[in-house]
Design a protein around this ligand. Structure first.
Ligand SMILES: C[S@@+](CC[C@H](N)C(=O)[O-])C[C@H]1O[C@@H](n2cnc3c(N)ncnc32)[C@H](O)[C@@H]1O
Length: 394
């Protein structure tokens, strides 16, 4: 995949866009008319569209049930159970501890969602989506922690109105603005309060690291600084790809201690430096010619993002490159995950927002970076990647 420089500025709306909007308005007037909907459901030319639309609307209305079926499969460890091969419902009931009736209802529901498949002999096997869950600790951990998000979204209007203190806000202790500067128990230097989110991030970091490292080769860099690097899984993956690279990580103190342990366990203690502090208050270590911000910016509001990017700008080597990797709003083919999922997830978390690529580039420019270049990743839903250089570098 080749890197693409970003067009700047973004082109203004064309006449074609204006006409497309008029057509959409006409469509909406038609679809909003119950009489037209009845006609469209019966007429053979419009029937396939009408059915597709009814099914899409039903899926939106029922999505929370589907999510709980997936959650039940994860809790019952059904995907691992069926990984070696199909089982009869009675065997599934015996192995999961569910009554036969409950097991049968769950496997049939899961089969309707392509998580499982029913075989001709009545046994149940993994379906294409269930098979993708096997050996996928990042997605499994994400689904397991959705218990909190599910409760937080019980009253979405209260959440949108800022009237509700969400559970996820406490889970991500650095986002818990209720705590005075996040110190003390439950704050960002409290080991139990960082352990949950650090393990969750660690479970998916290998997947994110593969996306970034496949899209951006490290060969020409000397020292990598991963800011907000969590448990150091990304540094471990980067160190394995580029054995010549010096490694450093900057994290909140309690997470920095976890990262140190992980680097030592990977045999990288001598090659890596870990610095503890807050990137919103403390200077970052200088001298890295590659700085990474993986899944960091979307966690923070614009003022904090600018403060962080300016700190990176002061610390990065003059010939350095900054890489920003995260899921973004408005991503073609992944708009729902960026705008809907992360939009509401970060709302419950209490700070930050998913940003579009042009919004991120605008913040980079304000902080003193230019030459923004997109490096296409295999799975933009997991992370998109944009690089930039300090403005005075050229
Ligand atoms: C969403 S996690 C991403 C972790 C890792 N980069 C990854 O992709 O798995 C955000 C990380 O930023 C760290 N962080 C948040 N606020 C910070 C601050 N003010 N200073 C340093 N690190 C911070 C958190 O401890 C957490 O590990």
């Amino acid at each position: 995949m080749t890197a693409e420089p970003l067009p700047h500025p973004v082109p203004a709306a064309s006449m074609l866009a204006v006409w497309l909007d008029r057509l959409r308005d006409l469509r909406n007037r038609k679809v909003a008319d119950p009489g037209f909907r009845r006609f469209a459901a019966r007429f053979f030319l419009t029937r396939p569209f009408a059915r597709r639309q009814a099914a899409a609307l039903f899926d939106l209305a029922a999505g929370f049930v589907y999510a709980q079926i997936l959650r039940a499969c994860v809790r019952a460890e059904l995907f691992d159970l069926l990984a070696p091969g199909p089982l009869a419902p009675a065997a599934i009931a015996g192995r999961t501890g569910l009554p036969l009736d409950g097991a049968l209802r769950l496997v049939r529901a899961a089969a309707s969602l392509d998580l499982l498949e029913e075989r001709r002999d009545g046994r149940f096997a993994l379906g294409p989506l269930g098979a993708a869950m096997v050996g996928n600790p990042g997605v499994t951990a994400m689904i397991a922690h959705h218990d909190m998000l599910y409760r937080d979204l019980e009253d979405p209007i209260a959440l949108l109105s800022g009237r509700r203190r969400a559970e996820l806000n406490r889970f991500w202790s650095y986002a818990d603005r209720g705590a005075p500067e996040n110190d003390g128990p439950g704050g960002h230097d409290d080991p139990p309060s960082v352990a949950g989110y650090t393990a969750l991030m660690g479970a998916s970091q290998a997947m994110v690291a593969a996306e970034i490292l496949d899209a951006y080769p490290l060969d020409r860099h000397r020292r990598l600084l991963d800011v907000g690097g969590g448990d150091a899984s990304f540094l471990v993956a980067a160190g394995a790809r580029a054995p010549h690279l010096a490694l450093s990580l900057f994290e909140l103190p309690a997470v920095a201690r976890i990262a140190q342990g992980r680097l030592a366990a990977a045999g990288l203690a001598a090659r890596a430096t870990v610095t503890a502090g807050s990137f919103l208050a403390d200077p970052l270590p200088t001298g890295a010619d590659l700085v990474t911000l993986n899944r960091i910016l979307h966690d923070h509001d614009d003022a904090e993002v600018l403060r962080l990017l300016r700190a990176v700008r002061r610390a990065i080597a003059p010939d350095g490159v900054l890489l920003v990797a995260e899921p973004m709003a408005g991503t073609p083919g992944a708009r729902a995950s960026g705008d809907a999922y992360f939009g509401f997830y970060l709302l419950a978390m209490g700070q930050g927002r998913p940003r579009t690529l042009p919004e991120i580039v605008a913040l980079l420019t304000q902080a003193g970076f230019d030459g923004a270049t997109v490096h296409p990743t295999h799975t933009p839903m997991i992370a998109r990647l944009v690089s930039a250089r300090p403005t005075t570098a050229r």
